[in-house]
Write a new protein. Structure first.
Length: 256
């Protein structure tokens, strides 16, 4: 599992300024309801980033404890917590593989491919056990990941993304390298940040290793961690996963 650099974490919200956190959170809430949790329960979010999903879920009535490895992102999440839901949000620095909170939850969610950043079986099992130890019996564990059949069908390509805000223009280039014996894509980011005032140009690079997962291995690991009744959806759709489902959503129930 990688720890994002301070530079990359600082521009995280700008990188994903076009991400529809609100619609995604409704999708998550609807799945939680479908599998037994009405809106308004208490959630643990593993890999909460800058808190945007957590805030959306809080606005729907949930209480959310968010955990993230990056102190920069946790600080950002705390700063942007709005008054009307601030009492429903807690953010902590922690590793999804090892963090232990003295609280039990109705559901654990992990979004935006945090599970795929667990690139070894040991790491992924540790994350699943973290979810299990914090769930009440019958509690729901929902996460998304890169889905192997689709990744291998539609291979990742070089992508360039341009972003800007009131102070900077940013260019991010992502160059993927397939590591087939690990079921991992190494994504090499190069980032250029140009200040609008003065034109100063800064550059940095970042490497992310992202694992693509397959249903049989996920189901086995969830079972070993104490889960049952595994359901699988395409991300942001009610359709079953297939060769075009780059992101899959898994929902399971704690069995004991």
């Amino acid at each position: 599992m990688i720890e994002m650099s301070e530079a990359y974490a600082s521009y995280y919200d700008l990188f994903y300024q076009d991400k529809d956190y609100g619609t995604e959170s409704v999708f998550v809430a609807d799945l939680l309801k479908r599998y037994g949790l009405p809106r308004g329960g208490n959630l643990l979010e593993l890999g909460s980033g800058t808190g945007k999903h957590a805030e959306c879920l809080a606005r729907m009535g949930y209480s959310v404890c968010g955990v993230d490895l990056s102190p920069v992102m946790v600080s950002s999440a705390k700063l942007k917590s709005v008054d009307e839901v601030v009492n429903q949000l807690v953010f902590e620095v922690g590793d999804v593989r090892t963090v232990r909170i003295n609280q039990m939850f109705d559901a654990v969610v992990s979004l935006f491919h945090v599970a795929s950043y667990q690139t070894t079986n040991t790491d992924l099992m540790a994350m699943f056990r973290t979810a299990a130890v914090h769930l009440k019996k019958g509690g729901i564990f929902l996460f998304d990941c890169w889905y192997g059949p689709a990744v291998l069908t539609n291979r990742p390509e070089v992508r360039v993304k341009m972003m800007s805000d009131s102070t900077v223009d940013v260019r991010r280039t992502a160059v993927p390298v397939m590591l087939p014996n690990k079921n991992v894509v190494e994504v090499n980011y190069s980032v250029q940040v140009k200040q609008k005032k003065g034109g100063h140009l800064a550059e940095f690079s970042e490497k992310h290793e992202i694992r693509y997962l397959f249903s049989p291995e996920v189901e086995l690991m969830l079972e070993l961690a104490g889960f049952s009744q595994v359901f699988r959806h395409g991300w942001m759709t009610e359709e079953p996963t297939g060769l075009d489902s780059w992101a899959a959503t898994f929902v399971s129930v704690k069995s004991s």
